[in-house]
Design a protein around this ligand. Structure first.
Ligand code: ADP
Ligand code: MG
Length: 399
């Protein structure tokens, strides 16, 4: 689960991370009111979307020479103009894809006199199984380019979970940023506070880009991207409230209401599977047979008729879906119960595309009988390979 920059900064500030003052705004009036609470003389009006690269982004509705999603302003008039130009318009950045994202919130923050920009992130390092700092003197710009062109400028510092954050980790971060004296001390403090925030919130990622040195030699977090481990959100009701549903795929939101693990993909074949491993295998075998999955969908171990119906509706609401492959292993749930669910769901949603069903497990024969006697054009399959070949053939036949 990701949150907006202004929410991330409020959260990090509570842990003691230095951030400039700022306020969120939903309208030009609120933007001006926010500006009046700040000391000035420089203000920054920032589009709040769940994507980076806003500074260099372009608005679809504005001429190409118009400024991007991070704008400096000196007067009330400039703040108002920036807010009016951004709100309701679609910002396209390197991270949003071509469709872009509509700007519905702004953040009005203190303009900082920047001397130097660094990159500092905390993430779960899958290679070492540890939480790692990623630090670079090359901040402000797109870190992927730095990683590609000059990988030696990116330093990774692992933290052993047995010791937790130690003073030497702070010194290593400061050294990676080539800081000395008081700034090195500040960097070590920022690193230790970020680590505490990471653990304390069950974060999956904290990315600060830029971490800036100001004209009066203070380290400041000017941009923060924070994401949490969604599976831990039940432990953080306050953080769960920061979720902005307008930033998420509507079908994925619908799926989460029914506790279905659903991820939209680009292919033609809708998949309904129980168990993440089986879901992955199903997607692979569709690909092996020359087509692509339209989604990942794990209905979970205890799928009932309600869940199966919801899953069908979600798959069918995707106009790209040309056929559905159901691949269910009846373990905790018996095959006959699943088959009844599939039949009821297929009737309720008025199935309009070919449906291939492969069932295996407890009461499989009863399950198959229910499907065969349903009067619906359900194509039965015996194993995974057979199922994938059949759905691809059915879709090609229907085309
Ligand atoms: P994004 O990464 O989405 O482009 P940032 O928040 O990093 O957005 O802003 C882009 C650039 O704008 C920063 O690298 C920095 O140079 C400048 N900037 C951002 N916030 C401030 C601020 N509060 N004061 C001065 N400059 C800022
Ligand atoms: Mg940034």
């Amino acid at each position: 689960m990701n949150i907006h920059e202004y929410q991330a900064k409020e959260l990090l500030a509570k842990f003691g991370v230095p951030v400039p003052a700022g306020y969120a705004a939903m309208s030009a009036e609120e933007a001006v009111a926010a500006m009046k609470k700040l000391p000035g003389p420089l203000y920054v009006v920032k589009a709040q979307i769940h994507a980076g690269g806003r500074g260099k982004g372009k608005f679809k509705e504005l001429p190409p020479e118009a400024k991007g999603g991070v704008r400096l302003a000196k007067t009330e008039q400039e703040v108002r103009e920036a807010a009016n130009e951004m709100l309701g318009n679609t910002l396209v950045t390197v991270q949003t894809g071509e469709a872009g994202k509509q700007v519905q919130r702004l953040y009005i923050t203190d303009g900082v006199d920047i001397e130097k920009e660094f990159y500092l992130a905390l993430l779960v390092n899958r290679a070492t199984g540890r939480i790692s700092f990623v630090a670079s003197t090359e901040g402000g710009m797109d870190i992927e380019t730095v990683a590609h062109d000059s990988p030696e400028k990116i330093h990774t510092i692992d933290v052993d979970p047995a010791t937790g954050f130690m003073p030497h980790h702070g010194r290593s971060v400061a050294a990676a940023l080539e800081l000395e004296g008081d700034l090195a001390k500040q960097a070590a403090k920022v690193a230790s506070t970020l680590y505490a925030a990471f653990l304390g919130t069950d974060a999956a990622q904290i990315e600060i880009n830029p971490l800036a040195v100001t004209g009066d030699k203070q380290l400041m977090v000017l941009d923060a991207k924070v994401g949490f481990d969604s599976n831990a959100m039940f432990r953080h009701k306050d953080l769960a409230e920061l979720r902005d549903l307008t930033e998420e795929d509507p079908m994925e939101i619908e799926a989460s209401k029914y506790d279905l693990a659903y991820i939209k993909l680009d292919g033609d074949i809708g998949c309904m599977v129980n168990g993440a491993g089986l879901a992955m295998a199903t997607m692979d075998i569709i690909k092996l047979n020359g087509m692509f999955p339209a989604n990942f969908l794990d209905v979970g171990g205890g799928a009932n008729t309600e869940k199966v119906t919801a899953a069908f509706k979600i798959i069918l609401s995707d106009p790209a879906v040309k056929g559905i492959l159901v691949n269910i292993f009846g373990g905790i749930m018996k095959c006959d119960v699943i088959a009844e669910g599939i039949v009821a769901a297929a009737k309720e949603v008025n199935l309009s595309v070919p449906l291939v069903v492969r069932l295996e497990g407890t009461n499989v024969q009863q399950g198959k009988d229910i499907l065969a006697n349903s009067g619906l054009p359900i194509v039965p399959a015996n194993d995974l390979g057979d199922a994938a070949q059949k759905i691809v053939a059915e879709v090609k036949k229907a085309a």
